[in-house]
Design a binder for this molecule. Structure first.
Ligand SMILES: [Fe+2]
Length: 291
């Protein structure tokens, strides 16, 4: 395989944009060979045909844990490390990938944080997603991309803390039985939060090969794909945790308890693969991840 990642040199303004807002669009990060391979991987993966809508959003297809040698090569390449290093001081540890396919009659996810995908680390520890659209995104025509909100508008670190505290609460089991819990809908922003997030959202155009890097404190949602010449929009997301991120087994258990209380099955069991770690150990030290 030839190089899958282009070496990108970022300006000081680009870096400051990322540090301030929590996300950055990386133009031409992936080569055509990389996006062709990721499209094939996403298309051929055994994705969940019908995902539970309440929890996951409304997609034509969604699948967790669909990484292979291509994924491994992407995050191992020097060009990838060089590009990321300019934005993030610590090394990143790859955890898992998710594939999505959005069609014109599907709305995708409402505004949310990737709580489930990062439910195995401590509340304040850093983690990142690299969202790679596999079709062009045109915000003047079909849309179908993502909308995201600068982290300073409504800092999501407070939301992570709230959920971490909530799952540990001594009355959580009783709370899960109440009407209030049903209305809480914790995987998504509330209607009030949505009002503010909608007002401040950013939506970009993407060529195939561009990618969006965002940290776990950035609220984001799918932008529905309108009818048009694209029959569907596939995207591939790679998840990473900071090399200093610590294992949170207690939270993982409690979080999944709450997901089940909502009537859904946890979609990813990645956190349970790290059987060599104790509460508070560095994820990067597990033999079940590679750095
Ligand atoms: Fe997400």
């Amino acid at each position: 395989m030839s190089s899958l990642i282009n070496k990108i040199t970022l300006s000081q303004a680009d870096k400051e944009f990322f540090w301030k807002n929590g996300f950055i669009k990386l133009n031409r990060l992936l080569t055509r060979e990389a996006t062709d391979k990721l499209r094939e991987l996403t298309y051929n993966s055994k994705l969940i045909g019908k995902a539970p809508e309440y929890y996951t959003g409304d997609f034509a297809r969604i699948g967790y844990g669909i990484e292979n040698a291509v994924t491994h090569q992407i995050y191992s390449e020097e060009n990838f490390k060089y590009t990321i290093k300019q934005l993030i001081k610590n090394e990143l540890t790859f955890t898992e990938s998710v594939g999505f396919e959005l069609t014109p009659n599907k709305r995708g996810f409402y505004f949310h944080l990737d709580l489930a995908s990062f439910s195995f680390i401590q509340a304040e520890d850093l983690a990142y997603s690299l969202w790679i659209p596999l079709a062009p995104i045109n915000t003047k025509e079909q849309h179908g991309g993502m909308a995201y909100v600068p982290q300073k508008v409504y800092p999501a670190s407070g939301y992570f803390s709230l959920i971490y505290e909530l799952v540990q609460h001594e009355n959580i089991a009783e709370f899960c039985q109440t009407e209030d819990f049903k209305f809480f809908n914790f995987p998504h922003a509330s209607k009030v939060e949505e009002l503010i997030l909608e007002k401040n959202k950013v939506e970009d155009d993407f060529e195939v090969g561009d990618a969006l890097l965002l940290n776990k404190f950035v609220w984001h949602r799918s932008v529905p794909l309108k009818e048009g010449k694209l029959p569907s929009r596939m995207a591939y997301t790679m998840r990473f945790v900071d090399s200093q991120a610590r294992y949170g087994k207690n939270f993982l258990d409690d979080f999944n308890y709450m997901v089940k209380a909502m009537g859904d099955d946890p979609l990813t069991s990645f956190g349970y693969k790290l059987t060599d770690l104790k509460e508070g150990d560095l994820i990067s030290k597990s033999k079940f991840v590679d750095n």
